[in-house]
Structures are given as C-alpha cells and as structure tokens.
Design a protein around this ligand. Sequence first.
Ligand SMILES: *[C@@H]1O[C@H](CO)[C@@H](O)[C@H](O)[C@H]1NC(C)=O
Length: 231
Amino acid sequence: MELLPLVCLCLLSCSGDGSVVVTVEEGSDAMLPCSINTKENIEKLTFDWKKGGLEVFFYQNGKHYNNGGRTGQDKQFQGRVFHFEDELKHGNASIKISRTQLTDSGNYACTFPPNRSPSSVTLHVGAAPRPSVTILNGTKDWVLLQCEAHGDPLPTVEWKDSDNNTLNADSPQISERRGRSYITVNVTVTKTGSYSCVATQGTLSHQIGSQIYVPLAGQWYLNIQTIIHGF
Ligand SMILES: *[C@@H]1O[C@H](CO)[C@@H](O)[C@H](O)[C@H]1NC(C)=O
C-alpha cells in the first residue's frame, strides 16, 4: 500500500523568463508542468524528462518505465514518477513526482524531440510546513508559547501579535531529530489575544504561519473560574 501524504503544498509561479518554479514540502507530491504548445495529441509521440544527466521519465508511443515498456530510469526516481494518461490527448506531458526527497531539488527539462526546445522547471523540495505551536507554561498573568518549524533551508521564525507587530521573543534554538534540523522560538505573552508564529524561507519566497488564541485577562479568567466553581 502506498502512503500518500495528506498535505500537498504546491506553489506554482512563473518567473519573467518563462521558466516555472515549483516549491513543495519534503515528502509531498510535486507536479512538474509541461505541455506541447500546439496542444496536439501526443499519445503516439515521444517526450522525455531529464534532471541534468539523470533520466526521470521517458514516454514513447505508450511505452514508459511504469509499464515495463522501457528501462534506464535513474534509481532515484524509480516507482515515484507518473504521467497523466488522460491528458496526453491534450498535449499535456506533465509528470508527478511522489514522496519528494530533498535530493529531488534542481532543474528539470521536458523535451519533445525532434527540434523542439525543452521547457524547464525548477523544483525546490523543503518548503517549511505549518509551524507547530504549543503552550509550554503559564499562570493567570502570562503564558510561555513555543513555536517549532523546520524546512530546507531552515526557516527564520517570528512571533507576531494580532496587529502584526513582531514580538520580542527568546533567541532561536536549533535542534536535531532523526537527521532533520528544527528551529524553536519561545515567547512570553501577558495579554489576551491571537498570536501567530510565522516561518519564512526568503530564498524560496515561502512564508507560512500558525495562530493560537491565548485567553489571559487575569481578572476575567478568575471570574469565570469562580462562576464554574459556583455550580
Ligand atoms: C496537465 O495535467 C495536469 C494533471 O491533470 C493538470 O493539473 C494540468 O493543469 C494540466 N496542464 C494543462 C496545461 O492543461
């Protein structure tokens, strides 16, 4: 049985030179787009996906690596790359790389031989998933919040209040678990409100946040306690 990740984060953006950038979380699926500009049926044609010198996916008149019609796919991609059968008649040679690994990052070229210029797709694996936010400690007057994030490159992490002001948090701690680096930032808050932890990877133009609501009006909280205890 294949374990498909529940979250597939796929950010597609086109840069000025027409090359496509795809950014995904490690372990999720990545769709690499490629279409023949005439939109003609390519079921009987050939297209080839390469990453540098590595063979990613080769299709020729119905034959490809996944149906035993061809051999020579690079080991790194075996059993993880799929085309879209029903899309071929619309000239769509996009592929899906499942269970992406950090080493899948790089430049891919999709080619329709002969004499057609390849289109290129840049894949970044390692986008930060939503940070996890927890309450570590607290009293009726203050709460210590913790935010943990990861990704490649390691994101920067900020705590913000509901007015989007950056809070004065503790300095970030980096830790290692199962070969992966995590960044943790704690902050102490003393007011009721919504707080967000924002993870940013500038080089990937990727930003993602988590929010937590902290009810902290000491007096009000005490009153509620009194009311509850009163029953
Ligand atoms: C190609 O097929 C994929 C998968 O169905 C789809 O997501 C994508 O939008 C298609 N591309 C075009 C240009 O139609």
